[in-house]
Design a protein around this ligand. Structure first.
Ligand SMILES: Cc1cc2nc3c(=O)[nH]c(=O)nc-3n(C[C@H](O)[C@H](O)[C@H](O)COP(=O)(O)OP(=O)(O)OC[C@H]3O[C@@H](n4cnc5c(N)ncnc54)[C@H](O)[C@@H]3O)c2cc1C
Length: 232
């Protein structure tokens, strides 16, 4: 309707959504969370924050943030892309390998898969150990260079295939809407149509989680109401 009346509408796409991933490494780990860095392979998109494993894939603030920064780019990819997870909050591969080598010395006689040496749950650690081709019962002392390399990869550069996002209507917010160039933000009135005011989702405004979308709707609504009532 607004486009027909002369407004420019920035193509709406969903934002703040979770990723669908089917992968043996995270199967049966729902509820497990870790402080991780996540990237979308082949793009500049990256984010850091708690990552939560769900029964359909991955969620949590880190993933939601990535979905917000990449709302348009990921829509263009039809939500098919490779996600790269660093489970060690961005620790680089070299530092990780050094840590694993010193763990090999310190824990020589202990089973690798028994206890996570990093600050994430044992179940996730065991899964990543197995995904590295290491039997969890293997003693640290018996780890080969190849196995340490594989474990380093799983910890700092784990690739996951994303196939879709959370289902329609479960996304939190819409990116896109009425072009901001066509709104007077002192009054929230349209610059195209006299006596028409905007607030909230209808505008081309979206933000990461943390209450910023609510704030946008409330602040805009307050200004529009004051402006209409002539009390601004
Ligand atoms: C699951 C979920 C979680 C969210 N979590 C957060 C969060 O944690 N923090 C945050 O900041 N934001 C969050 N958001 C986003 C936030 O809720 C919205 O940005 C905000 O509510 C938008 O306010 P609004 O008034 O613009 O739109 P809405 O709240 O969508 O209000 C629009 C209203 O218009 C009504 N309506 C639609 N069509 C018509 C019609 N033809 N006639 C009459 N009425 C009509 C609708 O029923 C609705 O009540 C979340 C959103 C969702 C869906």
């Amino acid at each position: 309707m607004l486009a027909a009346m002369g407004h420019t509408i920035i193509e709406p796409v969903p934002s703040l959504f979770t990723f669908n991933i089917k992968d043996t490494r995270i199967k049966d780990l729902m509820g497990v969370s870790a402080q991780a860095s996540v990237k979308v392979n082949g793009t500049k998109l990256e984010a850091t924050g708690p990552l939560l494993i769900t029964h359909w894939g991955m969620s949590g603030p880190g993933i939601l943030r990535l979905s917000a920064w990449g709302a348009r780019e990921l829509a263009a990819k039809n939500y098919q892309f490779t996600l790269i997870v660093n489970w060690l909050d961005g620790m680089d591969a070299e530092d990780c390998e050094t840590q694993l080598k010193s763990l090999k010395q310190e824990n020589a006689k202990k089973a690798v898969g028994k206890k996570s040496p990093f600050v994430f749950p044992n179940r996730l650690w065991e899964s990543l150990v197995t995904a590295s081709g290491i039997d969890p019962e293997t003693r640290w002392a018996d780890l080969s260079k190849k196995q340490i390399d594989a474990l380093t990869q799983q910890l700092t550069n784990a690739h996951f295939q994303v196939n879709g996002k959370s289902t329609f209507k479960e996304e939190f917010v819409t990116a896109g809407g009425v072009s901001l160039k066509e709104v007077n933000f002192k009054t929230m009135e349209s610059k195209v149509l006299l006596n028409l005011y905007f607030a909230g989702e209808i505008l081309d405004i979206d933000a990461i989680t943390g209450g910023f979308n609510f704030q946008n709707a409330w602040t805009g609504g307050y200004i529009a109401a004051q402006s209409i009532a002539g009390t601004l």
